[in-house]
Design a protein around this ligand. Structure first.
Ligand SMILES: NC(=O)C1=CN([C@@H]2O[C@H](COP(=O)(O)OP(=O)(O)OC[C@H]3O[C@@H](n4cnc5c(N)ncnc54)[C@H](O)[C@@H]3O)[C@@H](O)[C@H]2O)C=CC1
Ligand SMILES: NCC(=O)COP(=O)(O)O
Length: 328
């Protein structure tokens, strides 16, 4: 019997004034022989020389794929200018993400890969109440907690607080939040990354992980105790570790993922090591979602120079996770 064709990966268009349409077009050219996919958005936003085919349903994507980017049309309210977000298009950007989620949850697509959004443009243009996809997808899924992971061949990182202003981090960082983050990370490493016994490093919050209380008290007051408690429950943890010395090459050999305390503590090391190939994957959702690690890059939008590697990795990872064949 011929096996059923793999479901396609849905790609949300992201901010049309950014590089999202261009990297989706380049990803199609690179992946059309390997990965079933389709794009949701307004075809007028795609590069002018790109062959595309309008489809009515994701089931038509496989047939269209060799000839052009399969496009599920989503109408946008206003014209698009590269590099300048149009507030009138913010609603369309948000609705495309929700449409992609719906297609995955109704079994029409295998996974969602999101092109970058401009958070401020969505806030200003449509009162978007979420600081990023992660929090929006958590709400759409009705999940208790979604966790952001950035993954590359060299490193995986998770920020415990995500899009939180630095001055709010100490208040937002609680034992319950860190416990949940470690639990969801451990589960995601097992189920989505195929790691049987995940080793997780937990970063400290303060310089030198607090230096025994001399440079901050969170580590001695509760982070170390939580790590010890969770080790006793069977988690393979180490920490709290000083963040400045846990990312060099030999230190990285000791763990499968670093759980960090805030956004930049986690994202600076991975974007420095692997900006072109890092993938953002959301853990804790009832469906698969990946994204490139970079943003909308307004400064180069419309120039044709955007590097599609991170987008390609993100689509490939989503496809392999959906097939159950993603192994690190
Ligand atoms: N998943 C998402 O939706 C993400 C959205 N963002 C959003 O993107 C917007 C812009 O953020 P920035 O901090 O400026 O970061 P950015 O990643 O958009 O740009 C930073 C620098 O990297 C360059 N760059 C980024 N991607 C590139 C690519 N594929 N090829 C070549 N050069 C590339 C840009 O030209 C720029 O010089 C913000 O609104 C931010 O919140 C940022 C990260 C992820
Ligand atoms: N810096 C990563 C980032 O902002 C991506 O956030 P999200 O939109 O994936 O939640």
């Amino acid at each position: 019997m011929t096996p059923a064709p793999a479901l396609p990966v849905a790609i949300s268009c992201g901010e049309p004034a950014g590089i999202g349409p261009e990297i989706a077009a380049k990803a199609w050219a690179a992946l059309r022989g390997d990965v079933p996919l389709f794009w949701i958005g307004e075809p007028a936003h795609l590069p002018a020389d790109l062959p595309f085919l309008l489809i009515d349903t994701p089931a038509q994507a496989a047939e269209a794929l060799p000839r052009g980017l399969p496009v599920l049309h989503h109408a946008f309210a206003a014209p698009n200018t590269a590099g300048v977000a149009n507030p009138a298009n913010a609603r369309g950007v948000i609705d495309v993400i929700a449409r992609g989620v719906d297609l995955v949850r109704t079994g029409q697509a295998a996974a969602l890969c999101t092109a970058p959004i401009h958070k401020k443009a969505l806030q200003d243009g449509a009162g978007f109440a979420y600081p990023g996809h992660t929090e929006y997808l958590q709400a759409l899924a009705g999940a208790d907690r979604a966790v952001m992971m950035l993954a590359s061949e060299q490193l995986r990182v998770v920020p415990t607080t995500i899009h939180t202003a630095l001055s709010d981090v100490p208040r937002a960082l609680t034992p319950a939040l860190l416990r949940d983050t470690i639990r969801i990370t451990d589960d995601g490493l097992r189920r989505q990354f195929g790691i049987a016994q995940p080793r997780i490093a937990v970063a400290g919050l303060n310089p030198h992980a607090g230096e025994g209380g001399a440079m901050g008290r969170e580590e001695v007051d509760w982070i170390a105790a939580l790590v010890t408690e969770m080790i006793a429950e069977g988690y393979d943890l180490r920490g709290p570790l000083p963040a400045d010395t846990m990312f060099h090459a030999s230190a990285r050999m000791a763990y499968d993922c670093a759980v960090c305390m805030y956004h930049d503590q986690a994202l600076i090391p991975i974007k420095t090591l692997d900006f072109d190939r890092g993938v953002n994957v959301t853990l804790g959702l009832p469906f698969i979602r990946t994204s490139p690690d970079h943003g909308t890059a307004f400064d180069i939008a419309g120039t044709g120079v955007a590097n599609p590697s991170s987008m390609i990795e993100a689509i490939r990872m989503a496809h392999r996770m959906a097939q159950g064949t993603y192994r690190t």
